[in-house]
Design a binder for this molecule. Structure first.
Ligand SMILES: C[S@@+](CC[C@H](N)C(=O)[O-])C[C@H]1O[C@@H](n2cnc3c(N)ncnc32)[C@H](O)[C@@H]1O
Length: 322
């Protein structure tokens, strides 16, 4: 077992696994667990170090995805992972966890272990932190209570951070990936957020209108077509454009759409910014588009898929329905 096997909360028979995962997050909160997943490239560098082949701490097991001797890890953590079916007991006596946990903005998030190579891996990384931070700077003044949608929620970082900072919200968690919905539901319960999940492959499939829609779409050019990475054409910007145009139609009057995404800079031009300029409705909405980081995932520029791209930048887009 290298990946967690977890299915939606609505599936019969998974209550025990979800309860065990919830217990794990509670145990970690009591222990003031602190780990935030780095980029896959940084993670690989750390795991290549000769002294990081066997772990000794809870963060080694549940953050770095390093095999550990069970005697080094508190027994309640081992028992709870086992109860969740997320403990891989290896022939050499070491154990590996089938889940990773990251801490952000005072909440704990279960997500996929490293490496996230499976098609249905549940993403969380430095982008999620940047996304949550951008949300924290854009949500003042929402109505009480607020209806929040996190579209393409993954482990639920955006919606859960927004709802917990706001303090009086109902959260709709939507994703194409049932494994993401299962983990996001556990994470939302652990954070005490009133929520429900929707499996959807387009925003039109989500019912209702919202005071806040947050999203962090896939934005990479990904020849592997992984759902959490592949942003489509426009050098990976297609989903960012399409989700923006679809989501703003779901905003209640005065509602806000907050997106974190990555954009390709090609020939000195921001491909997404140019496409949005053409496609955004001329009336009824105002928006703020800003650079959050001018240079992310520089290692991707070595790959053939990025041969025409000068760099990848992180941007924040906030659209308000007037
Ligand atoms: C880059 S990840 C972001 C996850 C999370 N929002 C975060 O910031 O940590 C993109 C997410 O979009 C989801 N996704 C991809 N295509 C989708 C689609 N057509 N409809 C809904 N969700 C989709 C993926 O499963 C993945 O969870």
């Amino acid at each position: 077992m290298t990946e967690l096997q977890i299915t939606p909360v609505t599936d019969a028979g998974n209550e025990a696994q979800h309860a065990a995962l919830l217990r794990l997050l509670t145990l970690l909160r009591t222990r003031e667990y602190d780990f935030l997943a780095p980029t896959p490239a940084s993670h690989a560098r750390i795991l290549a170090r000769p002294d990081r082949q066997a772990g000794t701490t809870v963060a080694d097991l549940l953050g770095w995805s390093i095999p550990c001797a069970p005697a080094e890890i508190p027994a309640d953590i081992i028992v709870t992972l086992d109860a969740a079916g997320l403990l891989d007991r290896r022939p050499d006596g070491m154990v590996k966890a089938g889940v990773r946990v990251s801490a952000l903005f005072g909440c704990l998030f279960a997500h996929s272990p490293y490496p996230t190579s499976a098609q249905d891996s549940v993403f969380l990384g430095p982008d999620s932190y940047r996304f949550a931070d951008y949300i924290s700077r854009t949500i003042a003044g929402l109505p009480q209570p607020a209806r929040i949608l996190d579209y393409g929620a993954g482990a639920g970082v955006g919606g859960i951070v927004a709802a917990s900072l706001h303090g009086n919200a109902t959260l709709t968690i939507a994703d194409i990936n049932p494994k993401a919905l299962a983990l996001a539901a556990v994470n939302a319960t652990a954070a005490g957020i009133d929520h429900h999940t929707v499996q959807a492959s387009s925003i039109a499939e989500v019912d209702g209108s919202f005071d806040l829609i947050v999203t962090h779409p896939p934005f990479m050019i990904d020849p592997g077509r992984r759902a959490y990475r592949d942003g489509g054409d426009l050098y990976g910007g297609r989903l960012s454009l399409d989700w923006t145009l679809a989501a703003i139609q779901k905003l209640a009057p005065g509602g806000r759409f907050v997106m974190h995404t990555g954009v390709s800079i090609v020939g000195g031009r921001d491909v997404l910014r140019d496409a949005l300029r053409e496609a955004m409705p001329a009336i009824g909405f105002s928006h703020d588009y800003r650079l959050l980081d001018p240079d992310i995932y520089g290692d991707e520029l070595d790959t053939p898929a990025y041969s025409q791209v000068d760099c990848l930048a992180a941007i924040g887009l906030c659209v308000v329905r007037e």
